[in-house]
Structure formats: C-alpha cells, structure tokens
Design a protein around this ligand. Structure first.
Ligand code: NAP
Ligand code: ZN
Length: 346
C-alpha cells in the first residue's frame, strides 16, 4: 500500500516528508494506522548514522501505537479497531532456541528491526513509525490494555521494555537498592518501573538540576555525580545500577558504588566505554552486564504491569513537522521526558 511519513534522505540532513510503499499484507499480517510515535534517542543516533550502519532513506520510529485497520485471514489475536502497539522489531526467525523460548530479540538469525532492518518477506529495507501506516505480522504486535492512555503509551515500547527487562533479569523488588544513571527517556521510565517494583531508587545525574523532577517521578534520592563527597558517601550503596547515558563515557567512578555482588547494566551506549578498571570488579565480585530491549511476551507483561500500576511516561506531545527541533533538543538533553509525535498532524 502507498503511505507517507518523514525520512532522513541522507546522512546529516533534516527529516523531510517522504512517500513510500508498505509491503502487501499477508495472511498473518495486521495493518495499523499509526496514531502516536515516540522519539527515542536511537532514532537520532540512526538518523545521524552514529553507528555507521544507517541505510537511507531512513524512516525512524520504533515506539508505535495505533489502530488496526485491516487483518489477514489467519489473524486471530486482533480485530479491526483494536488499539495495538509495535516496538523495536517486527520479525525474527521463529525457529532458533531463543525465538522458541520467547526471546525473539536475541534471535540467532538476526531480528528484523522495525526500521533500518531487512524485511524477511521482501528483502527490502524496513521503514519505521514516523509514518501513517505499518504492516506487521501479528506475533510481533502487542495489545494495549484498556486502562492505558494510548496518547502516552508509545514510549513504553522501547524506553519501557529496555528498562523493565534488566530490572526483572536482576530480580529488582522490594528493598533492592537501584541506581539510574541519566534522567532522560529511558532513565525516567527506569525510575517509575523500579519504584513500581518496590525498589529503593536513586537517580545519578550530572548535577542537582533534576532533583525535584526525580523525586516527583517517584525516586527516593538524587545523587549528583559531580559532587565528590556525595560519591564517596554512596560507595557500596547499590545492588543494581542501570546506565542509560547515550555517549561514550567513563564508568569507573560508578563501579565502586555497587555493593558486593552488585550488577552494573549498560543499556545506553551501543559502542565504546572508557576502559574499565578491574580492581573493584575483582575485589567485590561486581559485574558489568548489558541488556537490549526485551522479547514479545515480556513486552506484553510490561504493558500489563504498567496498566495495573498506572505507570505512564511523561510525554511532550509534538507535531510531525517539529521533529527536527525535537532532535536538536534531544541532543542537548532538553526533554522532559519523552517526545511523542501526534501522528494526526502528519
Ligand atoms: P535521552 O532521552 O537523550 O536521555 C539520556 C540521558 O543521559 C540524558 O537525559 C542525561 O541525563 C544523560 N546524558 C546525556 N548526555 C550525557 C553525557 N555527555 N554525560 C553523562 N550523561 C549524559 O536518551 P534515551 O532515549 O533515554 O536513550 C539513551 C540511550 O539508550 C541511547 O544511546 C539509546 O540509543 C540507547 N537505547 C538502548 C536500548 C537497548 O536496547 N539497550 C534501547 C533504547 C535506547 P542527566 O541530565 O540526568 O545526566
Ligand atoms: Zn528506542
């Protein structure tokens, strides 16, 4: 079908209106009219080609909420009119051990990313959620629980699951001492989710500027990482630290903040960190780990958890034609705390 959206047509350019074809719908496909699209820092990394693998034209967007407008004959989970969501991937091999156990995001045959991926049906480059429509196999489509406000749900599809999954993997629950580095899109979701799981939550930020916000989001403390005395006082104080910083940085000051057996989880920087110093890891049996999004079942579990606990991102709604300005503001960390595009403005 013919559709339209916004694309970066080459590296270093602004996003501009772009018309393109979605692949024909097959038996197990759901055709979705997109209502809201979240703006993830990964969209900005990709548009700028920070990771060196962008294919242009590039239509970003992997936090998608919409309405079903057509279904294939084999679709059983959805009907026309349902509110649904799509996250960061739209297909996987479905045959490997990881797909079989519901960890599609760990697919051994490479998952198909929602944009800048290779479509398993047509072999063509995939286009993301800054668009009017998308066609996705039903297995990779999520249900939006009735109680969730659809105008604010989109950021859960990446920022939400990317922080929920490691919190669950490392058994965060009542009493766990959790630190969140960077209070942006992922960071503010991490705060809300960790609080929802019952943890004692501290935001680790570069200054005290966001202290009132952090507390208002539910965090119990803010640690100003530029304050050396406060950093000294915080040594051995955390069981889990989640690092959401989007640029190359030094993690060495943070590792001694973990208690013995503590885990430092990198979710932010897909690339390089400064070289880690091994002594605090060896002495305290502390570990450095990573985590990427989450599988379909876990994403649905997270959406249901958010509906039950009434957890929603703090969103700034923008028009589609404000996307370039939003990217500039994201670059400066000037967002509280996620831009969401109202796709009716496209
Ligand atoms: P964001 O909204 O821009 O937030 C990043 C936060 O990091 C900022 O608000 C800021 O918080 C802090 N920060 C920014 N620049 C910094 C610097 N130079 N030094 C120290 N701290 C800095 O970004 P996001 O959308 O949350 O995404 C964060 C990163 O996660 C991106 O790199 C994105 O690609 C990645 N990501 C990974 C996955 C995954 O599966 N692992 C999924 C989605 C996104 P303070 O002002 O509080 O310090
Ligand atoms: Zn993302």
């Amino acid at each position: 079908m013919k559709t339209y959206g916004y694309a970066a047509v080459e590296q270093g350019t602004s996003l501009v209106p772009f018309t393109f074809e979605r692949r024909e719908s097959n038996g197990d496909d759901v055709t979705i009219e997109i209502l809201y699209s979240g703006v993830c820092h990964s969209d900005l990394h990709m548009a700028k080609n920070d990771w060196g693998r962008a294919v242009y034209p590039l239509v970003p967007g992997h936090e998608i909420v919409g309405k079903v407008i057509a279904i294939g004959r084999d679709v059983t989970k959805f009907k026309i009119g349902d509110h649904v969501a799509v996250g960061t991937f739209i297909d996987s091999c479905m045959a490997c051990d990881q797909c079989q156990k519901g960890e599609e995001h760990m697919c051994r045959e490479i998952l198909t990313e929602t944009y800048n991926g290779q479509d398993r049906v047509t072999g063509e480059n995939t286009y993301g959620g800054y668009a009017k429509h998308i066609v996705v196999k039903e297995h990779f489509v999520l249900s939006i629980p009735d109680r969730l406000d659809i105008s604010r749900a989109a950021p859960l599809l990446c920022a939400g699951i990317t922080t929920y999954s490691p919190l669950r993997t490392w058994n965060v629950g009542p009493g766990t001492r959790v630190g969140i580095i960077g209070l942006g899109g992922l960071g503010h979701m991490a705060v809300k989710l960790a609080v929802g799981l019952g943890a004692d939550v501290t935001v680790l930020s570069r200054s005290k500027n966001k202290e009132a916000d952090a507390l208002q989001l539910g965090a119990h403390h803010l640690l100003d990482t530029s304050d050396e005395a406060a950093m000294q006082q915080a040594l051995n104080g955390f069981d889990v630290i989640l690092d959401t910083v989007p640029v190359k940085h030094d993690i060495n000051p943070y590792i001694p903040l973990l208690d013995i057996d503590g885990t430092f989880v990198v979710v932010g920087q897909l690339g390089l960190l400064e070289e880690p110093f091994t002594v605090p890891m060896i002495m305290g049996r502390r570990r450095i780990a990573g985590s990427m999004i989450g599988g379909i079942a876990e994403t649905q579990e997270m959406l249901n958890f958010c509906a039950r606990q009434n957890i929603l991102p703090d969103c700034e709604m923008i028009r589609m034609d404000q996307i370039n300005e939003a990217f500039e503001r994201l670059e400066r960390s000037d967002v509280r705390y996620r831009f969401v595009i109202d796709m009716s403005t496209l």
